[in-house]
Design a protein around this ligand. Structure first.
Ligand SMILES: NC(=O)c1ccc[n+]([C@@H]2O[C@H](COP(=O)([O-])OP(=O)(O)OC[C@H]3O[C@@H](n4cnc5c(N)ncnc54)[C@H](O)[C@@H]3O)[C@@H](O)[C@H]2O)c1
Length: 384
């Protein structure tokens, strides 16, 4: 194979964004050969790519070597499994499934087809700032991690946003709110950098700011296996909002905020200083380090190029499909803890969570408003 023929299933905001950079030639050795949406009449402009109104037909068309799945969440696992069974490589938009049990089904299907590439669209993995933080942590520059806090309340969305799709912010169509959608990127980064917590306790408010049935405001307490603690706060209703990520280790404190990473480095471990100092109030001396990082790449196109290179050359994936499990598990556990008003031990029992979600779907009485809205500023929705 000299180039990869890609079909996109789901041509809404995100699918169209992917299609546009592919058509602009931003991904080498990749050709957009088919597109699919439940409103196929809106896709004429993508010709000569073939147009489908049904994902299964695109998968069986023989026109694609790979599919990029950008539909609402519940279809990610079912279409992903179907595409794998048809012998195609898959790149799945975040979340890789609507909940952990579905993600496990998709991952199991991919494990039985190890020659097919399965990638997940978590573009923050390409962000130099997170890569820099990861290398500082992995090199041990922060020492042992003792605490983290991430206030990520700048995922502001209007009522118009929620009304722009019948599936949005519903238990049945989306499987949750801010956790499974917007801040899933941050949950992925969190676990990529710090690993998974062992226990979660949270408080989620459903429809606090919007006329929706799912969570749009979240405060979660996390506990990690080494005893480190964490707080994760997010919302789609707050403006201007904050994006401040702080990680404290025995060798210092790192803060990512307002496009800057600052590292206040202890000259000696705070634990060692605590045990050996003869002075009651004296802190360890510090160095203030500013950490440089390079410009953001075109994040989505970079992940797609990596996916194509993985298919053609066996390049290692920046974000493997399997890696998509952890952010879903974290999102589900945070929501579940609030729903059952209890601490949740990890790993999350995916069957119990799926049963709870099905209960919410069955009990739903929410009347969803849907209106035609302009999403022309969609690219501004991406958050670093
Ligand atoms: N990685 C990112 O930065 C990013 C950003 C936004 C959205 N997303 C993800 O992309 C996905 C789509 O979000 P969106 O905002 O584009 O939604 P959207 O509502 O704008 O578009 C959904 C599209 O899927 C189509 N569709 C629905 N059911 C289908 C089916 N069964 N078969 C084929 N097509 C179907 C619809 O016709 C529509 O074209 C979601 O999973 C979302 O989380 C990712």
């Amino acid at each position: 194979m000299e180039k990869v023929r890609v079909g996109i299933i789901g041509m809404g905001n995100m699918g169209a964004y992917h299609a546009n950079y592919l058509l602009e030639g931003k991904v080498d050795r990749c050709e957009l050969t088919a597109v699919c949406s439940t409103s196929p009449h809106k896709l004429e402009k993508y010709k000569p790519a073939a147009i489908f109104g049904d994902g299964s037909e695109l998968i069986r068309s023989g026109l694609c070597d790979a599919v990029l799945i950008a539909t609402p969440h519940y279809q990610h696992a079912s279409l992903g499994i179907e595409a794998l069974e048809a012998g195609l490589h898959i790149m799945v938009e975040k979340p890789i499934a609507a909940h952990k049990a579905d993600a496990e089904r998709l991952i199991a299907a991919s494990h039985s087809r190890p020659d097919q590439v399965f990638g997940a669209m978590f573009q923050l993995r390409t962000e130099p700032r997170y890569q820099k933080i990861k290398s500082l942590i992995d090199r041990g520059d922060l020492g042992d991690i003792v605490r983290m806090s991430w206030i990520i309340t700048d995922w502001y969305r209007t009522e118009a946003y929620y009304q722009s799709g019948g599936w949005r912010a519903t238990w049945k169509g989306e499987g949750g709110g801010v956790l499974i959608n917007q801040c899933l990127h941050n949950l992925d980064s969190l676990q990529w950098l710090l690993g998974m917590p062992s226990r979660v306790r949270s408080f989620c408010q459903l429809g606090r700011y919007h006329d929706i049935e799912v969570e749009d405001d979240v405060t979660a307490y996390l506990e990690f296996p080494n005893g480190a603690t964490g707080v994760f706060i997010t919302s789609t209703g707050e403006a201007p909002g904050t994006n401040r990520f702080e990680i404290a280790g025995t060798l210092g404190k790192l803060v990512l905020e307002k496009d800057a990473i600052t590292f206040t480095r202890n000259e000696v471990s705070m634990i060692e200083h605590c045990r050996t100092s003869r002075i009651g109030f004296m802190k360890p001396d510090v160095w203030n380090c500013s950490i440089p990082f390079s410009e953001s790449p075109a994040q989505h196109a970079t992940l797609m190029q990596n996916f194509v290179n993985a298919i053609l050359d066996g390049e290692e994936l920046i974000c493997r499909g399997d890696d998509g499990l952890h952010s879903i598990e974290l999102a589900n556990a945070i929501l579940y803890s609030s729903l059952i008003d209890a601490t949740v031990d990890m790993p999350l029992d995916s069957a119990s969570y799926e049963a709870k979600l099905n209960e919410l779907i069955a009990a739903s009485t929410h009347i969803k408003k849907v209106t035609e809205v302009s999403n022309e500023d969609f690219a501004k929705s991406f958050n670093k």
